[in-house]
Write a protein that binds this ligand. Sequence first.
Ligand SMILES: [Zn+2]
Ligand SMILES: [Zn+2]
Length: 461
Amino acid sequence: MKSIVDVTNLKVEEMIGMNFECQCGKNHIVEINSVKIGRNIIEQLPEFLDEFKNRKILIVQDIHTYAVAGKMTEEILKNDFSLKKYVFPQEHLLPDVYALGRVLIELEDDTELILGIGSGVINDICRYVAYRAHVPYAIVCTAPSMDGYASVVSPLITDGFKESHKAIYPYGIYADIEIMKNAPMYLLCSGLGDVLGKYTALADWSIANLLTGEYYCKTIADMVQAAVDKCVSAAPRIPERNDEVVKNITEALVLSGITIGMAGCSRPASGSEHHIAHGWEIMFHTRSSEEKWVHGNFVGVGTVVMAMLFEELKDIDIDSVMAKKSFRYYDMNKWRQNIESVFVKVAGNVINYKKDAMELNPDKRLENAEKIAANWKEILHIGQVMVPSSDNVKKILKDGGCVWHPEELGIDKNLFIKTFIAAKDIRTRYGVVHLIDDLGLTVEFANLIADKLYKSNIVLG
Ligand SMILES: [Zn+2]
Ligand SMILES: [Zn+2]
């Protein structure tokens, strides 16, 4: 097996079936049969799915995706394949146990492929059912809205709590740019937001590697960075629904998904910006099922917030934090109250998820803080090198015609403070939100960032 020196500039299509020994010590394997991104991809589906000819395919879609791509797919495949279709009737389909069960009921013994037609939710549902039923699945993408197409996990909602579940790589990813570019604008923005989140995700990963010795792969980080940069330079042309831009975003999203499988964890794709975004998603799910925004919209705003936090780090007087040692004692009552006030019905799930991971021993807390202090310069360096300024992140989102401020998501200042505090409780994967918590600064920074975000003279848009 030869070691590939530079994989950072490979096109997504060239990465398929890749198997190489990396400097990080892992053997990176991409077990996807094909990724096709371009114009008129749908017409070529019979060729891509050749090995399933005359066999049964279950097509899963919702009313919207049936209209934009499902009907056409059916026409194109019906002569050579045995098709069965299911169309979810819901206006707002959720990736929950009911949706999973519905697909399972449609899945007949002789089904040889599940073909999803949609984006985030349909993809997550099909991937998980396919994994548990030992049937391959492929996806016809309808929007460049999130990085889950090539991923190996499905975030699913159980008991109101959204958690990632292990699943499989898709057999194929088919992204027809003609369809993707006509997706609703908030979905195109969602894709941009999910891509932007990689800046802070990679910085978190690097910090975790520094402080906890967690596995890190520079090759993967460089691959993601290159894809994000390419996507960002194209972002201002999103409102034009430009072919090239939509292709760049789609490629960056698929690549990001692939790197999750390569790394064996979601580190290259998800950090503190995703923690706060997941918190917002969970919170809105519990309050109403009619939310307007989707995953990447939350992540984009979360990236602005976390870029602000990275900026604030340089003003911390680490010597005085270490002299005061106020981080040694943790107020569990306040911690619990905050989670309860944000997540109401599902607060118990969040508390149970996090409580065993809390470090309450004052000596251990001192040890953790000392480790941070000892690596302080390097931490600041990571933030400066890897994370763009928050003004820059804002500008990228604004120029793309996308939401960037929590208020646009329906989060007022008070709620923002609480959700910022709770971001560290959504996932235990170490990042900048855990770092400031180890220093006892979470509440202080929640207020500081809220003050800056919600200035009285704020002009949105
Ligand atoms: Zn590697
Ligand atoms: Zn994401």
